[in-house]
Design a protein around this ligand. Sequence first.
Ligand code: PLP
Length: 368
Amino acid sequence: MSNAPILLTPGPLTTSIRTRQAMLVDWGSWDRDFNQLTASVCEQLLAIIAGSASHHCVPLQGSGTFAVEAAIGTLVPRDGKVLVLINGAYGQRLAKICKVLGRAYSTFETAEDQPTTAADVDRLLAADPTISHVALIHCETSTGILNPLREIAQVVKGHGKRLIIDAMSSFGALPIDAREIPFEALIAASGKCLEGVPGMGFVFAEKAALAAAEGNAHSLAMDLHDQHAYMARTGQWRFTPPTHVVAALHEALQQYNEEGGLPARHQRYADNCKTLLAGMAAIGLRSFLPAEIQAPIIVTFHAPHDARYQFKDFYERVKAKGFILYPGKLTQVETFRVGCIGVVGADGMQAAVNAVADALREMEVLDI
Ligand SMILES: *Cc1c(COP(=O)(O)O)cnc(C)c1O
């Protein structure tokens, strides 16, 4: 499998051989060894946000969206109201979750290249005292834009409201300290910056809020209060756990710590992003976001203005050279995306830029 393409996508992403090899063992879901594995994963995850005093880590089977839906369904009371901050597709999804779950909500939407500001949130909360929760995407993966979490969290706290953060694509790479940033819930998943395989999400839920959330959930399987209570009592997951995913995440966390934890992971991704931006600029491809609001997670590029450019053709050519890119997610402008995360370094990013340049040359799109 050494010639398998490198995934420059925001999850699933390229994992290490060690992480994949950790899935070669079958585990009994009730077995003590597996329960210890789960407990160790949760403990290590909490350590990344320094949250063991304030928050529980509640893992949940499924993709990241399952965990987001479970967090909203469990923590927002049925008579609560959510202010959803939107500047991309994942923010839209938060609103859709509230709608489907029957939770009252209002939305505040800025352009896809415009972060939500703390001043916006301040004004919106002052105008509507019925809001109980604010839901925010930390890094909006549909463009790669970074929203100002720290400032928004302070404003939400100042109004006595509760913050739910979708940190799916930032957790593990961008610093978030639960002792400094007040939040009721922060959600992430196995298959993003921790470089595990996809299949489980997890929610860091404030202990008191989780304890008070009994009976809020609209769903049995998505009830994080129940999931946590059962796990605290038995050490086991309610319902069949994604055993191989947990084992892979445990191994991925070991490598995360060996690499140097969050600062090292952040630095590698920042270097990847820098190499990518410089390389693409050198072949005439412009990024969609200005550098100040670009998170080092995924970069959106304007497609070349050329009738000979077709994403599908471009994608297939770059794939044949060993790299999987990602389509753009913007409605107004034609773009494509390149992820900076996964088991890849600056050399790999430069090789990806070279593959992009070669593909465009073959398509006679780039005059280089
Ligand atoms: C990946 C991601 C999710 C979860 O998406 P799934 O397809 O359910 O894994 C949610 N929010 C953000 C910001 C993401 O990047």
